[in-house]
Design a protein around this ligand. Structure first.
Ligand code: C2E
Ligand code: CA
Ligand code: CA
Length: 407
C-alpha cells in the first residue's frame, strides 16, 4: 500500500531535532527511547530525561511556531509517527477559539517558566512522571490509531480510494426519482469497504473532511455529466451532498464550490447541500453567509436528521432552508408510537405552512410508505425503494422508476 511516510525511523544516536531550529513537526513515539537535552545560556547541558513509546515529542513548536526548546536524540532504534504543522493546524482550525486561546496561553506560560528556571523539577517519587501522564493520555484517546487512520485517509483521498454511492429520493405522488443522495465509502486496500460512520468522525476531527468534501462535490458534478450523456432526458435530477461543520470553517469553501460548478458546467440547482441541526448549533464561522450565498445561486439546502437535535425551529427562518429530512428513527416508530406519529404529522403540516419541502428518510416497509403517502409527505428515501447503489446501477433505477429515455 502506498503511504505518506508518516512513519520515520531513527537509528540509535541520531539527532531527531535540534534546539533552536524551526519546528516543522512533532512526533509520536511508537517504538524506542529518546533523550532530551537543553543547552543553557552558559553552554551547560541539562539532561531533561527520556521518553518512550506513547509519548509525544516536539509538540510545542507546532503549537506556537517558536524554535525548538530542546535537542532530542534517539537512544535506541526508534520508530516515530510524524504529526506535521499542517496536520495540527487543520485539527485546531475547527476547535473552539477559547480552547485554542487557553492552549496558547498555557504553552506561553510554560515556555516562560522553562526560560526562567532553565531546569525542571525532578519528578517526585510519589507522583506520576510527565512521561507516564503523557502515555496514559495517549492511550485514552487511542492516538496511534487516530494518527494512522488520518494518514491512511490522506492517501485514500489522493489515490481514489473514496467512492460515492447514490440513494434515490422519490416523489411520493408520482413515484419518480427526483434526485439522489451521495453517500461516501472508503475502499481500503486491506480492510475492504469501510462505511462512513467509521471514518467521517476522524475526517472531521482531523480537518481532512474538507479535502474529502471537495473531492465529493467534484465527483458528483462529473457523475451528473456522465449521467446526462446516458439520460439526456433526466437533466433535472439533483444530487444531495453531506457536509460537516468543518467544511464551513474552510475559507475557500465557496470559491472552490463555484469553481467546480463552473468547470464542470453543472447548474447550481442540481446540487443540494445536506447539513444537520447539530451543525447549526455549533455555529461554524460564516455558516449563514455561506448558506445564503449557495441558496441565492439556486442550490437546495436540506436539514438532515430533522428532529434528533434540539429542533429549535428558529433556524427555519434564520437560515435559507428549503427542505427538511425527517430522521429515520421517527419513520421507524411512527406506526407504533402515537406521540411519534403526532410529531411526524406536525412536522408535515409545519413544513406545508412554511413552504418547506419534506423528505421522509429510512422508509423500509410498504406500510410506512403507504402511511406517509396518506399524510401527503412529498418525498421519500429508504431501503423500501432502494439501498444506496454504485453509479452503474443508477441507470437501472432510473429505468425502473422514471421509464426509458424517449427515442
Ligand atoms: P445520513 O446522511 O443520515 O445518511 C443516511 C444513512 O442512512 C445512510 O447510511 C443510508 O445508507 C442509511 N439508510 C438509508 N435508507 C435507509 C433505510 O431504509 N434503513 C436504514 N436502516 N438505513 C437507511 P450511510 O451511507 O452508512 O451513511 C451514514 C452517515 O455517514 C450519513 O448519515 C452521514 O451522516 C455520513 N456520511 C455519509 N457520506 C458522507 C459524506 O460524503 N460526507 C459527510 N460529511 N458525511 C457523510
Ligand atoms: Ca444525509
Ligand atoms: Ca439522515
Amino acid at each position: 500500500m502506498q503511504t505518506l511516510k508518516a512513519e520515520k525511523v531513527f537509528k540509535a544516536g541520531e539527532v531527531i531535532m535540534t534546539q533552536g531550529d524551526a519546528g516543522l513537526c512533532a512526533y509520536f513515539i511508537q517504538e524506542g527511547r529518546v533523550g532530551i537535552v537543553v543547552e543553557k545560556s552558559d553552554g551547560k547541558l541539562l539532561h531533561m530525561g527520556t521518553r518512550g513509546p506513547g509519548s509525544i515529542i516536539g509538540e510545542m513548536a507546532i503549537v506556537d511556531n517558536q524554535p525548538r526548546s530542546a535537542t532530542i536524540k534517539s537512544l535506541e532504534n526508534c520508530t516515530l509517527l510524524e504529526i506535521t504543522k499542517d496536520d495540527f493546524a487543520r485539527s485546531v482550525r475547527g476547535a473552539d477559539p477559547i480552547v485554542r486561546l487557553i492552549a496558547q496561553v498555557i504553552l506561553m506560560r510554560y515556555r516562560d517558566i522553562l526560560r526562567r528556571s532553565q531546569t525542571l523539577l525532578a519528578d517526585s517519587a510519589d507522583s506520576p512522571s510527565a512521561e507516564e501522564l503523557e502515555r496514559e493520555y495517549a492511550e485514552q484517546i487511542n492516538v496511534v490509531e487516530a494518527i494512522k487512520m488520518a494518514n491512511e485517509f490522506k492517501v485514500a483521498i489522493a489515490c481514489q480510494q473514496l467512492i460515492l454511492n447514490y440513494q434515490p429520493i422519490l416523489s411520493m405522488e408520482t413515484g419518480r426519482i427526483l434526485g439522489f443522495e451521495a453517500l461516501m465509502r472508503w475502499q481500503h486496500p486491506e480492510r475492504g469497504l469501510i462505511p462512513p460512520d467509521m471514518f467521517i468522525p476522524m475526517a472531521e476531527d482531523s480537518g481532512l473532511i474538507v479535502d474529502a468534501s471537495r473531492w465529493a462535490i467534484r465527483e458528483v458534478c462529473q457523475m451528473l455529466n456522465r449521467l446526462d450523456k446516458a439520460r439526456p432526458d433526466m437533466q433535472d435530477l439533483y444530487v444531495s451532498v453531506n457536509l460537516s461543520a468543518t467544511d464551513f470553517d474552510d475559507e475557500s469553501f465557496l470559491d472552490n464550490l463555484y469553481d467546480t460548478l463552473e468547470e464542470t458546467g453543472i447548474p447550481a440547482h442540481r446540487i443540494h447541500i445536506e447539513i444537520t441541526e447539530r451543525l447549526l448549533l455549533k455555529q461554524p464561522k460564516n455558516v449563514k453567509e455561506t448558506l445564503d450565498s449557495c441558496r441565492a445561486r439556486g442550490m437546495g439546502i436540506v436539514i438532515d436528521d430533522f428532529g434528533t437535535g434540539y429542533s429549535s425551529l428558529s433556524y427555519l427562518h434564520q437560515y435559507p432552508i428549503d427542505t427538511l429530512k425527517i430522521d429515520q428513527s421517527f419513520i421507524r416508530k411512527m406506526r407504533e408510537d402515537a406521540i411519534v406519529f403526532g410529531l411526524v404529522k406536525s412536522i408535515l403540516s409545519l413544513s406545508q405552512n412554511m413552504n418547506i419541502r419534506i423528505i421522509a428518510e429510512g422508509v423500509e416497509e410498504f406500510e410506512e410508505s403507504a402511511l406517509l403517502n396518506e399524510l401527503e409527505c412529498e418525498m421519500a428515501q429508504g431501503y423500501f425503494y432502494s439501498r444506496p447503489v454504485d453509479e452503474m446501477q443508477v441507470l437501472d433505477l432510473l429505468l425502473k422508476h422514471n421509464g426509458s429515455c424517449p427515442a
